[in-house]
Design a binder for this molecule. Structure first.
Ligand code: PLP
Length: 393
């Protein structure tokens, strides 16, 4: 007799996820494995090493035995470092009671959405959106209501369109500033207006700000720093991008204490705490980060400018200048292809992998996302290959 395995509806929903966005990446990995010289411009993983002082700090805490369970909401020292950072960047003082630590922003988003949404509740998300959002919403069985961003307005948020998307079932407005993939910064005025609109309707405003430290033109304004009332505001952030610590898995949510209490219960049920030595080093990272965050930011800025300049002369391509973040969105419709066809053809012809725009939503079907997480010589080679590819068409 064979075992007739049955699985939960949740597991089915997660497996149903369209893997199309990563098709090109998977093919690129395959080619690389076969020894081909492939340039990966797809993933958003910083190419920088985690700064040495942070590594040393983690190792020293490992050596003194910081290897045990820690409180579900996070080590007090790290929560305080997050609260201090928030206090410095906002007119609203932040206390540790408003901070919950999670292994990465992704997990923080899942925890927050799990505590705010029931199955079938609506969450409004501007599109194009970060690819990681849909799996989380599927896990929770929330209904995603997309609001397309205006490509011709450099992906600026359309406040009226967002307001028009609200319904009786709306429970959360989920914004990402600076945005992935767009590199767009949402202004303080827009955040304030949307927060007030949400609040009047009993809706939460959740703001993912993981690229907050990498702005080039214009300043990042956090949701917390922009609004009059904090009781419907949740901010998500983490160290993956800002400190080149993606593999350390450290992120957090800043939220009203009543939600943090629930996040603590969620964390107890699902995590039972994050590693002590990683939180120690993360607190150190936040408290001693100015020099290396600035250095990484300036390097990304140079890379952005270099890519924009290198591709400006290619008649079939039209790049949107990002104000922030680690990516450049490029309209490839001038080649007669959509982003996916372009991405496949580019990889086969020139061994450069990019993310097709439809991975982020229909709005950017004719785009590809070019990542800046490669050093200058590699980016230079990639731009030469892109040029050669377009010339060959
Ligand atoms: C907008 C956005 N939010 C969240 C994440 C995930 O961050 P973490 O590594 O902290 O889970 C990413 C990663 O690319 C991202 O681009």
């Amino acid at each position: 007799m064979t075992f007739d395995a049955s699985y939960s509806a949740l597991s089915h929903r997660l497996l149903d996820e369209d893997a199309g966005g990563w098709e090109i990446h998977d093919r690129a990995v395959e080619l690389q494995r076969d020894g081909e010289d492939v340039i990966m411009l797809d993933v958003g993983d910083p190419d920088f090493r985690t700064p040495e002082p942070i590594i040393d700090n983690a190792v020293s805490h490992l050596r003194v035995g910081r290897t045990h369970y820690s409180p579900a909401l996070g080590e007090l020292k790290f929560r305080r470092a997050v609260a201090d950072l928030e206090t410095q960047t906002s007119p609203h003082p932040c206390t540790v009671d408003e901070v919950a630590i999670f292994p990465g922003a992704t997990n923080a988003i899942h925890a927050v959405m799990s505590c705010l949404l029931n199955a079938g509740d609506e969450v409004i998300i501007p599109e194009p959106m970060y690819v990681g959002y849909m799996p989380v919403m599927r896990a929770i069985d929330a209904t995603v209501v997309n609001v397309p961003l205006d490509v011709n307005a450099q992906f600026a948020l359309d406040v009226d369109a967002i307001k028009a998307a609200f319904s009786e079932k709306t429970r959360v407005l989920f914004i990402n500033t600076p945005g992935n993939p767009t590199g767009c910064i949402v202004s303080a005025e827009v955040l304030r207006e949307l927060a007030a609109f949400c609040r009047e309707r009993g809706v939460w405003l959740v703001c993912d700000e993981v690229y907050s430290m990498f702005t080039y033109d214009g300043l990042h304004r956090s949701a917390r720093s922009s609004v009059a009332h904090l009781d419907n505001i949740v901010m998500i952030d983490g160290l993956s991008k800002s400190h080149a610590m993606s593999g350390w898995r450290m992120g957090w949510a800043v939220a009203p204490p009543s939600l943090v209490e629930r996040l603590g219960a969620y964390a107890t049920a699902t995590l039972f705490g994050c590693p002590q030595f990683i939180q120690d080093a993360s607190a150190f990272a936040l408290e001693n980060d100015q020099a290396y965050v600035i250095s990484m930011r300036e390097t990304y800025r140079e890379r952005r400018d270099f890519v924009l300049e290198s591709l400006a002369g290619i008649p079939q391509l039209r790049c949107v200048r990002p104000d922030a973040g680690m990516f450049v969105m490029c309209d490839v419709s001038g080649t007669g292809m959509d982003g996916r066809a372009f991405g496949h053809a580019l990889l086969e012809a020139q061994r450069v992998s990019v993310v097709p725009g439809d991975a982020f939503g229909e709005t950017t079907r004719n785009f590809v996302r070019i990542g800046l997480a490669q050093n200058y010589p590699v980016l230079k080679k990639a731009c030469q290959r892109l040029t050669a590819f377009c010339e060959s068409l």
